[in-house]
Ligand binder design. Structure first.
Ligand code: CO
Length: 485
């Protein structure tokens, strides 16, 4: 009976209830406001929707079975569709079995079975529950094993694991590729485990399934990195001191993330790959940080990079997101402190200086992506209304990286998801557009699509889904082509 507090809201628990109900609703009730007439397109979102299985419960928020959600907006109306991603992981559950390894749950108890199964393809069940992206001509659901799962954007029917047409090898990647729209390239990296491990940064031309290696950085103990950054000239990997010994990963018999160790004495290393030449350099700071989401990186003059990222003082946030901690833990398990921090990296010398840009706990940051790699001012994210009183993000925030200022949208016992920025046509400035947010209303145990004006976070409209949308991760907005499909 220790630590139970009644001033900590646990309404977010509803967002971890399984959602088995797959629906198609042609027209959601727009219960307040009106959608802008210019808004014509589709919000696709990804996230976990089932944790409780016949033979046990998945351990962690990141483990839940992937569900896709589709909000289609046109002529002031919104339709909604949700479907589970149809993967080997999902089918095994339907057979009543937990058979595949997830982020923090591993059913493979036998050492010999583990080695025989290797990493990719058999051990992981393609439970791609993190982001939605595009590869070649397909929409794909993505996670941190390099097995993107293609799906039909209109029906959300699963097509299958998308195969690459190259020989690049690696066991881990990020669900957060970057896009250089001027050059028609996507960037990501592959982590190759071995006697010599390496991060291989690659580029993937639009419309292609053939990845090309840009540069490769060797690493002895790989870091757990959920994302990375690109500037105009470089790919930057911030190597947090949450690290793994490759041999331990193979042999330990533990779930994926439990093989990683927090070694703060290492400080934080940066691997920097020149996107033009492939040359690799490193930088280092004695500060130990952990983070999930790089926000932006901008080249400043000669070989100096400003890298902005949401960081935590340690990796405790990974523990925080275990269901045992979130749902059954004492209510003093408040959301860990984070900040938006700028690391200024001198590529020539490897020197790093840093400062706090915005001192306000938040995560799931997004920017107006047209400003990626460019000087920018605004970050949108999910924040914490009152530090020390919330176990889960409960606001939408807008950070001004120039002033350190914070704007906030909140509603008691409502839990918003990642804000996705959509620019107004012929926009006048970086923040001229709307934010699309899926909000869990814990009072009615339903969710709604919330549209905010990105300039001041004032409400534009709410469209209600008659059931709850489990708390998920990332989404993307796809404008309707002017000529139709
Ligand atoms: Co992410």
């Amino acid at each position: 009976m220790t630590g139970v507090r009644d001033d900590v809201s646990v309404g977010f628990h509803k967002g971890f209830d399984d959602q088995e109900n797959e629906v198609t609703i042609p027209s959601l009730e727009v219960e307040s406001g009106a959608l802008p007439a210019w808004l014509s397109g589709t919000l696709l979102r990804n996230g976990p929707a089932r944790f409780r299985l016949e033979n046990g419960t998945l351990n962690h928020w990141f483990d839940g079975l992937a569900m896709l959600h589709r909000f289609d907006m046109a002529d002031g109306c919104v339709s909604y569709t949700n479907r589970f991603l149809d993967t080997p992981a999902r089918r095994a559950v339907q057979d009543g079995k937990l058979r595949y390894s997830e982020f923090a749950t591993d059913p493979c108890r036998s050492l010999f079975r583990r080695i025989a199964q290797q990493f990719v393809g058999t051990r992981f069940g393609a439970n791609a529950n993190v982001t939605v992206g595009r590869i070649a001509d397909e929409f794909v659901a993505q996670t941190e094993v390099p097995m993107p799962v293609a799906f039909d954007k209109d029906t959300l029917d699963t097509i299958g694991v998308l195969g690459y047409e190259d020989r690049l090898k690696g066991q881990l990647t990020t669900a957060h590729p970057h896009y250089d729209r001027d050059q028609g390239l996507a960037y990501n990296y592959l982590l190759k485990f071995g006697a010599k491990s390496s991060y291989g940064v690659y580029e993937l031309p639009d419309g292609s399934r053939t990845r090309r290696l840009v540069g490769e950085a060797d690493v002895r103990k790989p870091s757990y990195m959920h994302s990375f950054a690109i500037s105009a000239k470089y790919a930057i990997l911030m190597e947090f001191p949450l690290v793994v010994s490759p041999l331990r990963m193979l042999l330990s018999g533990k779930p994926f993330i439990e093989n990683y160790r927090w070694e703060p004495e290492r400080g934080t290393r940066f691997s920097i790959v020149d996107l033009g030449t492939g040359a690799v350099t490193h930088a280092h700071t004695g500060e130990a940080w952990f983070g999930f989401h790089h926000v932006n990186a901008v080249d400043r003059g000669d070989d100096v990079i400003d890298l902005d990222i949401i960081v935590y003082p340690d990796a405790g946030v990974v523990q925080h997101f275990y269901l045992e901690s979130l749902l059954d833990g004492p209510n003093h398990n408040v959301f860990p402190a984070s900040e938006l921090r700028r690391f200024t990296i001198d590529v020539a010398t490897g020197a790093v200086t840093a400062r706090t840009l915005v001192d306000h706990a938040a995560d799931l940051p997004r920017i107006n992506y047209a400003y990626n790699t460019k000087p920018y001012r605004y970050v949108y994210a999910n924040g914490i209304a009152e530090r020390g009183r919330s176990m889960f993000p409960d606001t939408i925030v807008k950070f001004d990286v120039e002033s350190g200022g914070v704007k906030e949208w909140r509603h008691d016992n409502h839990f918003p998801g990642e804000p996705v920025f959509v620019a107004r046509p012929d926009a006048d400035g970086e923040d001229d557009g709307v934010l699309l947010n899926v909000v869990l209303d814990a009072n009615t145990e339903t969710s709604y699509l919330l549209l905010l004006d990105a300039r001041d976070l004032s409400e534009i409209a709410r469209a209600r889904v008659p059931q709850h949308v489990p708390l998920g991760f990332h989404g993307t907005y796809v404008p309707t082509a002017p000529t139709g499909r």
